[in-house]
Ligand binder design. Structure first.
Ligand SMILES: Nc1ncnc2c1ncn2[C@@H]1O[C@@H]2COP(=O)(O)O[C@H]2[C@H]1O
Length: 550
């Protein structure tokens, strides 16, 4: 009784609150207005059937007692059952469970009806209390339900066992029982076999993708083994399959949407990859239509950690957009130098594709840092699309050219630093050291009261001081100790003697001069002294060359 009236309550809620709100389409347009949906429901056949199904026919119980057959009109609700499953099927991303539930509920319903019949037959035979005669002996009817325990569960169990032919069923004792058993077995063989078959199909459909993937992976790994590839390579193939499955649950993402109309495919691809594409600077600056045209040409590809996506010097045939993961721009003999890292939304490979540097060779090598998903755009596809968008073409070229220029600059800078370091290493002379010859001349002239030269000496002292201070901060300066020694040397010298004898050649005090080199030739104080401030940290090559001459 509780179950009966709870169901009645649910039927009423469905009639007054749910069904009248269901949207419908009129002339291809979906109607959402409540008044219209209510009116639409009242006009349908469904409404009439719903009314019949909730008619309180069980009021007759007052006169007849509890007779569930009087509620038979509830059967008219069966369309609600189908409607519910259709709606669930359409709204779930993975409807296999819903389909299995529907098929199982058919089976349960059939068993339910059958157990009702069994109960009725048992009741008609006084639940086995009427004895019957067989071969001259009287027996109690063991086939019927004996009215012990929970009637519904006992009858349901008996019917389920008969229908699925799994139970050790008692033998029927009369014609009616024989007919019942025959019908039950027939139903078991045909209807149940059909329903169970349906469940098997649903389950195998749900697993079809997974099985196909597994088959392809096994095939590929089998090929690796046949070809005698190294275990490491085989492991990478396996890794690739597993990561691809985890990421997209299919090996060919495009295959899933190719049945859809082009417009829908584009919308779908745009919405799925929106996060990545919205980060691509190029698309932000360009015509939105370019993005729509390009999106279907993008092919997702997965790379494993350490994979080289392109190598410097290779011919560029594709460009890439990073969907997921981090990639490194690398260089050096063994790609050991990492120049920069690229992440989601970054574009690379366009320089050689557009032959911006004058040829179609890759200007850098790119390596996957971890697992990466990239969109690949083939040269022909890019050309196909971009020729209709000259503005985008210009932006792409401008950006690539700027990047190329930057790369060149940093290459030159690296080269310069390298040369400089080599030179310093060879000379072993602090380039900031002020030539001693100049110091000597300045000292002598000061004694002769020459103001210009006195200033010059002051400047030299300041510079020497600064040089010493700076060299503390530059560990690459190899002559820190020599400097101090030499400086101490000339600081300790008594220059007053020199002033008294103006005939003495200042050069002789510093030791013999190289005949071929004119010590004044390369010395340019205006360049040497203020240079230290202007150039900042690193000495220029010219300074080193001058000192070398000295
Ligand atoms: N310094 C850099 N920063 C970011 N990307 C770069 C840098 N240098 C080169 N690339 C990219 O690496 C790609 C290598 O192939 P391409 O020369 O076709 O195009 C190149 C650029 O897209």
């Amino acid at each position: 009784m509780i179950a009966d009236y709870t169901s009645d309550f649910v039927y009423l809620v469905d009639m007054f609150l749910i069904k009248p709100r269901l949207r419908f389409t009129r002339g291809g347009i979906q109607v959402k207005s409540l008044s219209e949906t209510y009116y639409h429901y009242l006009m349908t056949r469904t409404f009439k059937l719903d009314i019949i199904s909730v008619l309180p026919t069980d009021i007759v119980y007052i006169f007849t007692g509890n007779k569930p057959i009087l509620r038979l009109n509830r059967v008219f609700r069966i369309h609600s059952f189908w409607l519910l499953f259709d709606m669930l099927d359409n709204s779930f991303a993975n409807p296999y469970a819903i389909r299995i539930a529907r098929t199982l509920s058919y089976m349960i319903y059939i068993i339910h009806c059958n157990s009702c019949v069994y109960y009725k037959l048992s009741a008609m035979q006084a639940f086995g209390q009427i004895a019957y005669l067989e071969n001259g002996k009287w027996y109690l009817n063991k086939w019927v339900y004996n009215n012990q325990g929970n009637a519904y569960i006992r009858c349901f169990y008996f019917t389920a066992a008969v229908a699925t032919s799994t139970g050790n069923n008692p033998a029927p004792t009369n014609v009616i029982e024989y007919i019942y058993m025959t019908c039950s077995w027939m139903m078991g063989v045909f209807v149940f076999a059909l329903l169970l078959g349906q469940i098997r199909d649903i389950v195998s459909n749900a697993n079809r993708n997974r099985e196909e993937f597994q088959r392809k992976m096994d095939q590929a790994l089998g090929e690796c083994k046949k070809l005698g590839l190294r275990q490491e390579t085989t492991n990478r193939v396996r890794d690739w399959f597993i990561y691809t499955w985890q990421q997209q649950k299919t090996l060919d993402e495009k295959k899933l949407i190719e049945k859809l109309p082009l417009k829908l495919q584009t919308d779908l691809a745009l919405s799925v990859h929106y996060t990545t594409l919205s980060k691509v600077q190029l698309f932000q600056d360009c015509d939105r239509a370019l993005l729509r045209d390009l999106v279907l040409k993008l092919r997702p590809v997965i790379f494993l950690p350490g994979d080289m996506i392109c190598l410097k010097g290779d011919v560029g045939k594709e460009m890439y957009i990073i969907n997921q993961g981090i990639l490194q721009v690398v260089g050096g003999d063994h790609n050991e130098k990492v120049f920069t890292e690229l992440s989601q939304g970054a574009v690379f490979g366009e320089i050689s594709l557009l032959a911006i540097g004058g040829n179609n060779r890759r200007t850098a090598s790119i390596r996957a840092k971890g697992y990466c998903t990239l969109f690949v755009l083939a040269k022909e596809d890019l050309n196909d699309v971009i020729r209709y968008y000259p503005q985008a073409q210009a932006i792409l070229k401008r950006k690539a050219a700027a990047m190329l220029k930057n790369d060149k600059k940093s290459d030159e800078k690296t080269e310069k630093i390298k040369q400089q370091a080599e030179l310093e290493d060879r000379c072993k002379i602090n380039p900031r050291q002020v030539p001693k010859l100049i110091t000597l001349i300045a000292n002598m002239e000061e004694m002769n009261e020459n103001k210009g030269v006195r200033d010059l000496k002051k400047a030299i002292e300041e510079e020497t001081d600064k040089s010493r201070r700076q060299s503390i901060y530059y560990p690459w300066s190899t002559l820190q100790r020599d400097d101090d020694d030499e400086e101490d040397e000339w600081m300790d010298e008594d220059l007053s003697d020199i002033g008294e004898d103006s005939d003495i050649e200042p050069v002789n005090r510093e030791g013999p001069m190289d005949d071929d080199v004119d010590p004044m030739e390369d010395i340019d104080l205006s360049a040497e002294v203020p240079h230290s401030d202007e150039e900042g940290d690193r000495p220029g090559t010219s300074g080193t060359r001058k000192l070398h001459a000295e």
